[in-house]
Design a protein. Structure first.
Lengths: 402, 157, 166
């Protein structure tokens, strides 16, 4: 924390006032309510109220079969839905003790990294806009749009992709994918450079974010921070390195670490991670192995739609996995599987009783610890500091409230 | 027409209703009540690539008192429903409500204890946008349809 | 992943307290009685050989009609940054039986416990702030219990004024 930073003391003994921020407030992209006790502009006490987007995720998953839960995992972190899907299906596959062929793993990894870029770009765009920088918002939105349009050509949907399945993917990547992705990678690097010039050395941006929202590394651990938030506190923890999944073992990339524990570092680390994700995508596409993307067992992987509509075997395989009382039934047991989502460790805790539906499908909300720590971050500041603080935690309502 | 028009094209005559409707439809001030996934597509629709500004509905007003178009973007659950009602009540007439996405139209995929099954249980809705989430083109289509609706309805003054 | 690292150590440290253990798909799991949860958790956090600094997740599972010793299991997932290991600790409780809170050891337990409490109706004894987290004051029932109807409809809350906020 910088030395000259103003610390509220309320030495004028101003009477405190209760101010309510949200649930619908321009700076709360997402629905959250903050109950602030302020003396003048200084925040003395803060409380955060969540739950305005509770949609019964777990209850819905328990009511659907193992394959159908994917539409709900899509809508958890709706800025990077594919990472959620990959995480869920990796957990199910761990529960069933199967592994996707290596091409499938690479495809999942590449798509996850694309989603990570989109997530970071959205987080930066929204935060920059709230701090008055409309130009970075437009640039970053353009960048995200390029990826989404690419994904749409592959997946058929822009946001809620539902692209992964138990044992693999809906489809393989098309031939032109690598070339198209290459172009967008160049464009992403350009946009990153532009955002650097607009934000990272921008006096206004630095003044509003440096030293703001400080949280000590010890507190960060106690709150259970993960992802960019933890790594901006100088703690090196990334699931991609600590417990490599998919094909991350074969890829050469770095984990950016910053040590100032403030809002500026949280934004900056996201920009650095976009560069690393670009590296991963580039390598992943170059190393993409040949072969099937889906697990070959017909009792696990869904047949491609062309077979379902075009052949009797395909239709029967489809029926055997989806109709009436048929479907995937993982052996009774429980697993917890964690992956590195854009915001941090995304863990799924699944319990199977050998039935068609999950007995329990719990997701560890990555942004819940950050939101919980928000009162501590803003308590030492002023009302204007709430905005960058809130932007930096990248709270995603669907995942926070489920 | 027998009416003489000595000023040529410099003057047009129209009905007052049509004129006010024309003015209103090109100056909608949306209040984005953004809650969930649909917000991502709202961001896309309002950013440069799809550009909601072409229809006069670009600049969001974050106070319901200055807005006349309430965009309910995303799932509304029971905890949030009194907030939405209150925002709507604060808006001045004439006001229009757009239900943006499947959740606001019918509860969408969330048929359960937590989610309000369609925001028309809480407030009246002028335009429903289907999709989960709707594509930006769908949003633009809805805005155009809403403009036609505004143009063709009797105007209160 | 087949090699067990943490369970033997815990058995050596706590002996009879470890009621059961398993490592299904490599996830090391121990089950302990609720009254020794605080002691075990403190050791997990502070013992040099364990050092589980992170409480990654906390939830519960309802085993209604499934012939288990007790109805609920409260599930804790720990992660050790020092040793790069994970551990799952489970506590079995019946309806109405309290579980000691871990909110004083890990700040993150505060919200996780609030959520588990409102979703399953499990009491966390000594919790510093036992308000509902995701639901609202008018809400009746515990939605994630197995006997709770998924489609249960609730009356709309008309308005909420100052002082009534959730």
């Amino acid at each position: 924390m910088s030395e000259e930073r103003y610390i509220p003391r309320n030495d004028l003994n101003i009477e405190t006032m209760q101010i309510n921020l949200g649930p619908s407030h321009p700076t709360t992209h997402g629905i959250i309510q903050m109950d602030l006790q302020v003396a003048g502009e200084d925040i003395i006490e803060a409380d955060v109220i969540i739950g305005y987007l509770h949609r019964g995720f777990e209850k819905m998953c328990e009511a659907h079969n193992w394959n159908q839960a994917v539409i709900y995992t899509d809508r958890l972190n709706y800025v990077s839905p594919l990472i959620n899907n990959v995480g869920y299906h990796l957990a199910v596959e761990k529960l069933m003790d199967i592994e996707v062929p290596s091409r499938g793993q690479y495809v999942r990894m590449v798509l996850s990294e694309i989603m990570r870029i989109c997530d970071h770009q959205t987080a930066l765009a929204a935060a920059a806009m709230e701090l008055g920088g409309f130009t970075p918002f437009l640039y970053l939105m353009k960048g995200r749009e390029l990826w989404w349009e690419l994904l749409e050509r592959v997946v058929g949907a822009r946001v809620t992709t539902s692209f992964t399945r138990i044992g693999g993917m809906v489809a393989d990547l098309p031939d032109w994918f690598a070339a198209a992705a290459e172009d967008i990678l160049l464009e992403t690097a350009n946009i990153n450079r532009e955002v650097h010039t607009l934000l990272t050395r921008n006096r206004i941006f630095i003044d509003r974010t440096r030293g703001v929202g400080y949280i000590s590394p010890e507190d960060a651990i106690s709150y259970g921070f993960t992802g960019p938030m933890l790594r901006s506190c100088g703690i090196e923890y990334d699931v991609r390195v600590a417990a490599p999944y998919l094909a991350y073992n074969d890829i050469d990339f770095e984990i950016p670490i910053l040590t100032n524990c403030d809002v500026y570092d949280r934004f900056y680390i996201r920009l650095l991670e976009i560069d690393q994700s670009c590296r991963i995508i580039k390598q992943g596409l170059a190393k993409l192995p040949q072969g099937p993307v889906n697990h070959l067992d017909k009792n696990i992987s869904l047949p491609p739609k062309s077979e379902v509509y075009g052949s009797i075997e395909g239709l029967m395989a489809h029926f055997k996995l989806l109709m009436n009382d048929n479907g995937v039934r993982p052996e009774a047991g429980e697993v917890y599987h964690a992956i590195e989502a854009a915001n941090g460790e995304l863990g799924y805790y699944l319990v199977s009783t050998g039935e068609l539906c999950p007995h329990k499908c719990r997701v560890r909300p990555t942004c819940m610890p950050f939101t919980q720590a928000l009162p501590q971050m803003i308590k030492q500041g002023m009302i204007a500091d709430v905005v960058p603080c809130f932007g930096s935690i990248n709270m995603i309502g669907g995942e926070l409230d489920r | 027409m027998a009416v003489e028009n000595p000023l040529g094209d410099a003057v047009i005559t129209t009905k007052l209703d049509a004129f006010i409707g024309w003015a209103r439809k090109w100056s909608m001030f949306p209040y984005p009540f953004v809650t969930a996934c649909c917000g991502m597509e709202y961001m896309s629709a309002s950013a440069a690539r799809y550009d909601l500004d072409r229809f006069g509905a670009a600049w969001p007003r974050f106070t319901p008192r200055q807005a006349d178009l309430l965009l309910v973007v995303g799932t509304i659950n029971h905890k949030l429903s009194p907030v939405l009602k209150r925002v709507y009540d604060q808006m001045c007439d004439p006001r229009y409500v757009v239900a943006f996405g499947a959740c606001t139209v019918s509860g969408g995929p969330y048929d359960n204890y937590a989610v309000v099954q369609g925001i028309d249980n809480i407030i009246p809705v002028d335009m429903y946008i289907p999709g989960c989430p709707p594509r930006p083109e769908t949003v633009l289509d809805a805005v155009i349809k809403l403009q036609a609706k505004i143009q063709n309805s009797p105007q209160e003054m | 992943m087949s090699e067990l690292l943490t369970i033997p150590l815990l058995q050596e440290l706590f002996g009879e307290t470890i009621l059961e253990s398993h490592a299904h798909r490599g996830d090391e799991t121990v089950i302990i009685p609720p009254q020794s949860l605080e002691e075990v958790a403190t050791r997990l956090q502070q013992d040099e050989r364990l050092r589980f600094e992170f409480l990654m997740d906390l939830t519960a599972v309802d085993y209604l009609h499934l012939d288990r010793p007790k109805r609920f299991e409260v599930v804790y997932h720990f992660y050790s940054l020092t040793h790069n290991r994970r551990l799952r600790v489970k506590v079995r409780v019946d309806d109405g039986e309290p579980v000691p809170t871990l909110a004083l050891l890990w700040k993150t337990a505060d919200w996780f416990e609030r959520e588990t409490a409102e979703m399953y109706g499990i009491k966390f004894a000594g919790h510093p702030d036992p308000r509902p987290l995701l639901l609202y004051p008018e809400f009746k029932g515990y939605p994630l219990r197995k006997d709770y109807d998924q489609r249960a409809s609730h009356p709309l809350v008309e308005s909420r004024r100052k002082g009534e906020s959730a």
